[in-house]
Design a protein around this ligand. Structure first.
Ligand SMILES: Cc1cc2nc3c(=O)[nH]c(=O)nc-3n(C[C@H](O)[C@H](O)[C@H](O)COP(=O)(O)OP(=O)(O)OC[C@H]3O[C@@H](n4cnc5c(N)ncnc54)[C@H](O)[C@@H]3O)c2cc1C
Length: 380
């Protein structure tokens, strides 16, 4: 067993962090305040091989695997988790194309995203069904060589900026609930699509989130990803990878909270001594550091298993669950350690506190992860 990253991954880690420091730092505050999406940074990131790093070189990716991708997400999230999402999740939804799509779909959709020219989205959640992933109502009805799609999607990352989305639709209404869904690639320019950006998010405000309406949206049946009726199972497999990447966001944010807090408590004094000399302060730093290390172990192992071709659904859910909890915990302590200064926007910790909460909500709420883990533990 070797816990050391190889030289390539070490270089990728260093390069990713330098990129984020150089490109994100100066605009982070402005993008947060003004809800500004960052297409120029996305393109630059692509030039540096930071988009679709997990996708094979045959389809334009960097071939750095899921561990490489998790490391990129971690390092970028140390500086700004919202902008990190704009970069790394520019491929969101493509996981299904990679795993289940045809050769033609892979060649058509993956390279432009890896080059930073296009953006994808994964459109699953609906206004009336999020956690209940078998409760989606969007329908795709066969008509000649086409599907005609009708329904609504909610909270879709990249929703108003994407070029195409992979949407979960009911194609077999007569089948058993879990066999009734299919994933379909929907180009965003198809007539009948309305996209509205959602404003007023608590955190990750530079990321794009939208609601999408499909009204008689006609796409070729060739846009079906994999087999008809397999959409539910494909979505579960999708979570094997995407939950690890969300956990990596949490890791980056938590590390930033810890490092910034260490620096602050060494400089700030109270009662004639540095804050860091007080045992209560040390306890907070210690608890943060232990959680960060434990989280890194869960994420790197999950990502390594993915690269070995042995995805572990339970471990990915654990990483996601623990990631959200760790990020919220560390951001809370970071604000507390900064005292009143932690509450104003002169310091990044107040932003990280707001950003952290989404990690317990999207890609499965923490309750959804508990349900998953609890069920699987008993089925073993
Ligand atoms: C910024 C942002 C970006 C997002 N990006 C995407 C995206 O790109 N694509 C996409 O498809 N979705 C996306 N989502 C949606 C997100 O995944 C859902 O919001 C999330 O899954 C929860 O669904 P919901 O909002 O419908 O809440 P609900 O499912 O209504 O849940 C509400 C509460 O009830 C709890 N709950 C539900 N069922 C149970 C149960 N059986 N037992 C106990 N508790 C339960 C939940 O855990 C939660 O606390 C995004 C959301 C946000 C806010």
């Amino acid at each position: 067993m070797d816990f050391e990253l190889n030289d390539e991954l070490k270089m990728l880690k260093e390069m990713s962090y330098k990129f984020a420091q150089a490109e994100f730092t100066g605009i982070s505050h402005e993008c947060d305040e003004g809800e500004k999406y960052t297409p120029d940074i996305r393109r630059k990131a692509a030039e540096n091989g930071l988009i679709g790093a997990w996708i094979s070189e045959d389809y334009g990716g960097a071939g750095a695997g899921f561990l490489g991708n998790a490391i990129i997400m971690e390092e970028l999230s140390k500086v700004d988790m919202g902008i990190a999402l704009n970069v790394v999740a520019a491929t969101f939804g493509c996981e299904s194309i990679v795993h289940f799509g045809s050769e033609e779909q892979k060649k058509t959709y993956l390279p432009p995203v890896c080059r930073g020219e296009q953006v994808s989205a994964g459109a699953f959640t609906e206004p009336n069904a999020g956690t209940d992933v078998a409760g989606y109502k969007t329908k795709a009805v066969k008509d000649g060589n086409d599907y005609v799609i009708t329904g609504n999607k909610m909270f879709i990352t990249n929703g108003s900026v994407c070029d195409f989305m992979v949407a979960q639709c009911i194609t077999n209404p007569e089948g058993k609930k879990h066999n009734s869904f299919s994933l379909i690639i929907v180009p965003a320019s198809t007539p009948g699509i309305t996209r509205n950006k959602i404003h007023g998010k608590m955190g990750i405000r530079s990321s794009d989130t939208a609601e999408i309406a499909f009204e008689d949206v006609r796409v070729p049946r060739a846009n079906l990803v994999g087999k008809e009726g397999n959409g539910f199972r494909q979505l579960m497999h999708f979570f094997d990878t995407t939950r690890v990447m969300v956990a990596a966001q949490a890791l980056g944010l938590s590390e930033a909270c810890l490092e910034t807090s260490i620096k602050y408590v060494k400089e700030r004094t109270a009662f004639g001594a540095p804050l860091g000399s007080f045992q209560l302060t040390q306890m907070k730093l210690t608890e943060m550091a232990i959680k960060v290390e434990a989280l890194r172990g869960l994420i790197y192992k999950s990502a390594w298993l993915l690269d070995e071709g042995r995805p572990d659904y339970t471990l990915a859910a654990m990483a996601k669950y623990y990631g959200g909890q760790t990020a919220v915990f560390c951001a809370n302590y970071a604000v507390e350690l900064h005292g009143g200064y932690g509450y104003i926007d002169e310091y990044s910790v107040q932003k990280w506190y707001r950003d952290a909460k989404i990690l317990e909500l999207y890609e499965g709420t923490k309750e959804a992860e508990i349900m998953t883990i609890g069920r699987i533990l008993q089925a073993r």
